[in-house]
Design a protein around this ligand. Structure first.
Ligand code: NAD
Length: 334
């Protein structure tokens, strides 16, 4: 069984090689991003393993199929970067890692809340320079404030539990069934506009779908409590990036924590420190003192990486044995 992992870095090599001692597949680690031009590198590989910013569109899938690839094994939970209709047409199943460590992402989101509220990066930079003053570092008690959780799946529920631990009141919005766990925390399901209007902290934990694209746009930002905090560890496309700058400049948005960014492809996961940043919106966002951007690292814990590697290789094994699991359902038509 030959498998090629695109966009792989040393940490992928380490965790996949360790997990592979139980499977003994032939793994090939490729640093390149996957797209229609680089798909040729997968010729002769039965299984292709893309990462979140790879381009798995129809042209890429067709080229992979022509080269002999028969399975797309995503090493992520999100699958918005895959043309599922094209994969279905080509008869190539797409499998994913539906849950690895919800704690990793929920804890990172909580970390962004704390770092923004208590201005920890600024405080750290100051004390390192011998500046022990407190001007500009005033925060607020999370206790007694309201957190709005958009999407109460595996990660959103975990995040709600963490924030309830700080004594926050939980509001939730999800078109799916209400979670008994969220209700048990004292959480209340409300329409999106109510959540936006009443929350001091709004955190996004829903998938990127056509229906959630730009869920937070200028209209939604205007409905938020003035000075509230927005956290996005979901997917960049959930937020209309262009609308953020104006909301931050006017003070309507008080704090912003992004682990994902709409145009992160080609930027995140790479070292661009010697180059001028080409994305003007991202460059502007990075200038605000009340903004923290992390480069899609919320999933990045030892436990999550181990689980991702084991589940991905287990998915390949199940497919080989004719009992595929964790298959992403393709749309009925198209
Ligand atoms: P999940 O499928 O368990 O939960 C998603 C929830 O969102 C579901 O309950 C669903 O009903 C809800 N939802 C769908 N449409 C909605 C809408 N319009 N408004 C509100 N809620 C809506 O998924 P999960 O494992 O909790 O992950 C959530 C998302 O987090 C993933 O889709 C992925 O994009 C993102 N993620 C990010 C990282 C990272 O490193 N930053 C890591 C893993 C996952």
């Amino acid at each position: 069984m030959r498998m090629i992992l695109f966009s792989s870095r040393q940490y992928d090599v380490d965790t996949f090689n360790e997990a592979n001692t139980a499977f003994k597949y032939e793994l090939h680690f490729q640093e390149s991003h996957l797209d229609a031009d680089t798909a040729v590198l997968a010729d002769g590989y039965d299984v292709v393993c893309p990462f979140v910013n790879d381009t798995v569109d129809a042209a890429t899938l067709e080229r992979l199929h022509a080269g002999g690839t028969r399975l797309i094994a995503l090493r992520s939970a999100g699958f918005n970067h895959v043309d599922l209709a094209a994969a279905r047409r080509l008869g190539m199943p797409v499998v994913r890692v539906p849950a690895y460590s919800p704690h990793a992402v929920a804890e990172h989101a909580a970390g962004l809340v704390l770092a923004l509220n208590r201005k920890l990066p600024r405080a750290f930079a100051r004390t390192r320079e011998g500046d022990f003053s407190l001007n500009g570092l005033l925060g607020f008690d999370l206790h007694g404030k309201t957190v709005g959780v958009i999407g109460t799946g595996i990660i959103g529920r975990c995040f709600a539990r963490v924030m309830a631990g700080f004594g926050m009141r939980v509001l939730a919005h999800d078109p799916g069934p209400e979670s008994p766990e969220v209700l048990a925390l004292g959480g209340r399901y409300v329409p999106l506009d109510t959540l936006l209007a009443e929350s001091d902290v709004v955190s996004l934990h829903c998938p990127l779908l056509p229906s959630t694209h730009h869920l937070i746009d200028s209209r939604a930002l205007a409905k938020m409590k003035r000075g509230a905090m927005l956290i996005n560890t979901g997917r960049g496309g959930l937020v209309e990036s262009n609308a953020l700058v104006g909301a931050l400049k006017s003070g309507q948005l008080g704090h912003l924590g992004l682990d994902v960014y709409e145009e992160e492809g080609g930027i995140f996961f790479e070292d661009h420190s010697n180059l001028p940043l080409q994305d003007d919106v991202l460059a502007r966002l990075l200038m605000f003192p009340n903004v923290i951007v992390t480069a899609h690292q919320a999933f990045f814990t030892r436990e999550a990486m181990t689980e991702i590697a084991q589940t991905t290789l287990g998915n390949v094994k199940a497919w080989r044995e004719g009992t595929p699991r964790n298959v992403v359902e393709a749309p009925a038509k198209g």
